[in-house]
Design a protein around this ligand. Structure first.
Ligand SMILES: Nc1ncnc2c1ncn2[C@@H]1O[C@H](COP(=O)(O)OP(=O)(O)O)[C@@H](O)[C@H]1O
Ligand SMILES: [Mg+2]
Length: 160
């Protein structure tokens, strides 16, 4: 488990950018935390770190999924408004979740039985007006490796 304190929206985006720089095709990130915790902002940073213009990144709350083209394809989901798992099946989630693009899934815990075992779980908690605690847990072989890579990458800039 890796914990990072962010003191501002800019810092959260910078943390995301460092993450986006090390992501590889097939990686899956499950993002959770209350509304306004900073999931979408972190995704903006991740996408930017992966070569996407951050301005192209918007919340897919109504669209369910946004697609961006960086060094590899990125699929940005928001499952907040999804009521039934059948809706996931309707959009052919397996092609995305188990494909060769990168998935960034807000509110993934709502449908955790559908998520790949190999992934990064990221939780954002509001600890102050502009303060957030970001907890990163890698699962499976690639998730564990990614967590270790991030520990190195983020240690240079941020300490606990
Ligand atoms: N340290 C911080 N990290 C992320 N967002 C922050 C931070 N401090 C304040 N904010 C604000 O919180 C909001 C986060 O919004 P958003 O990323 O859309 O959240 P979510 O997707 O989790 O609902 C933004 O308005 C942002 O400016
Ligand atoms: Mg959001």
């Amino acid at each position: 488990m890796l914990q990072i304190q962010s003191q501002s929206p800019e810092q959260t985006q910078a943390i995301g950018k460092a993450m986006g720089e090390v992501l590889q095709p097939g990686d899956f990130i499950n993002l959770n935390g209350t509304l306004g915790a900073g999931k979408t902002l972190l995704v903006k940073g991740i996408a930017a770190g992966h070569g996407v213009d951050a301005e192209d990144v918007t919340s897919p709350t109504f669209a369910l999924i946004n697609e961006y083209h960086g060094r590899s394809p990125l699929y940005h989901f928001d499952l907040y408004r999804l009521d039934r798992p059948e809706e996931l099946e309707d959009i052919g989630y397996e092609e995305y979740f188990f494909g060769s693009g990168i998935c960034l899934v807000e509110w993934g815990d709502q449908f955790d039985e559908y998520l790949p075992d190999d992934r990064l779980d990221v939780t954002l908690e509001q600890t102050g007006a502009a303060a957030r605690k970001i907890t990163i847990v890698g699962r499976g072989t690639r998730g564990t490796e990614l967590e270790a890579t991030l520990r190195e990458a983020l240690a240079c800039t941020y300490s606990e």
